[in-house]
Design a protein around this ligand. Structure first.
Ligand SMILES: Cc1cc2nc3c(=O)[nH]c(=O)nc-3n(C[C@H](O)[C@H](O)[C@H](O)COP(=O)(O)OP(=O)(O)OC[C@H]3O[C@@H](n4cnc5c(N)ncnc54)[C@H](O)[C@@H]3O)c2cc1C
Length: 288
């Protein structure tokens, strides 16, 4: 299939890109193109104008910040997976980025595109929610910051305005002594996450001192597993405690689990509990 005819622009700055978006109704940002181009070829979307941000150098790269990291929206998943800085400060993000699709996808797909596409089967939204990341968005009205947990609003929907670009992602380092893990049940054909679980577990004197657990793939936006977190906090992190905490995830889904030809809603929720258990065990084994 060929995409519908579209005008193509390649701005050199964020200001120029925002101006193009603001002055062309139906315009869309093009980053790595791994999600947008297939949709255009299937004619599921037909932007009137493509604003290719791929040459905007200011949107690329990873920097250390006071207590964490700032990652430009155009940074590829392969760069994030291989970054020493990300592996040291937010190993959960490097681990998940290395599990996206295949090398071809990771070499083109960007962190900004992965989040902005707001696909429930993507890996990075759940991970960034678990990390408490902040997303910087730039539009005609200036800059604004949005918590990763508030970004997606539904299936392929998010808070971005028509003239807005996601420009960077800020992540705090995981607390010292905490362990983290991302585990996923990958779709056998695409490697997208049927279920993806991100867990960060703090351990002090043999007990759980902090917990952040988020499940992707079950509902249309990442699910914070607050019942799991509550069950973990203060526990001795024994096998029995982890079993009990993982089983509690059933109480975190709001009754609108997704269902498709590959996995029913019931199956997704049952598998989620298994993957939460695996993520907790891996995170605890890496703590300290
Ligand atoms: C075969 C295959 C397997 C895949 N497997 C996985 C997987 O296992 N896990 C996973 O998480 N993902 C997977 N993906 C998706 C992949 O990671 C995509 O690259 C990613 O979701 C989109 O990033 P992109 O840079 O290619 O964005 P594009 O395709 O260019 O854009 C995607 C959407 O985001 C918008 N957009 C892009 N950048 C910005 C920005 N900075 N600001 C505002 N809007 C923006 C675009 O307008 C478009 O709507 C897979 C893709 C393919 C083709």
């Amino acid at each position: 299939m060929f995409p519908a005819q579209t005008e193509y622009h390649r701005p050199n700055s964020v200001t120029e890109a925002v101006d193009l978006l603001a002055s062309n109704e139906g315009a869309k940002v093009l980053a790595g193109g791994h999600s947008l181009i297939p949709l255009m070829k299937l004619r599921l979307v037909a932007p009137t104008v493509l604003v290719d941000i791929g040459r905007i150098e200011a949107l690329k790269g990873i920097e250390a910040t006071d207590g964490g990291l700032s990652i430009g929206a155009l940074t590829t998943q392969a760069t994030i997976a291989a970054s020493d800085l990300v592996n040291e400060r937010a190993p959960l993000l490097a681990e998940a980025a290395g599990m996206v699709g295949d090398p071809a996808v990771r070499n083109r797909g960007t962190i900004g595109g992965n989040i902005s596409h707001s696909d429930p089967a993507s890996d990075l939204p759940a991970v960034l929610t678990a990390l408490g990341a902040t997303l910087k968005v730039t539009g005609k009205g200036g800059d604004r910051s949005v918590g990763a947990s508030d970004f997606a609003t539904g299936l392929l929907e998010n808070i971005l305005g028509e003239d807005e670009i996601l420009t960077s992602v800020s992540v705090s380092s995981i607390p010292s002594g905490a362990g983290s893990a991302y585990v996923k049940f990958a779709h056998p054909a695409s490697r997208y996450a049927v279920i993806g679980v991100a867990a960060i577990v703090g351990v002090s004197d043999g007990r759980c001192s902090s917990a952040s657990v988020v499940v992707g793939g079950v509902e249309t936006t990442p699910t914070r597993a607050s019942s799991v977190e509550s069950a973990l906090l203060g526990s001795d992190l024994s096998d029995e405690a982890l079993d009990k905490a993982a089983a509690a995830v059933a109480g975190d889904f709001q009754g609108d689990a997704m269902s498709d030809i590959f996995a029913s809603a019931e199956y997704r929720q049952a598998v989620a509990a298994v993957y939460v258990r695996r993520a907790l065990a891996a995170a605890v084994s890496r703590a300290g």
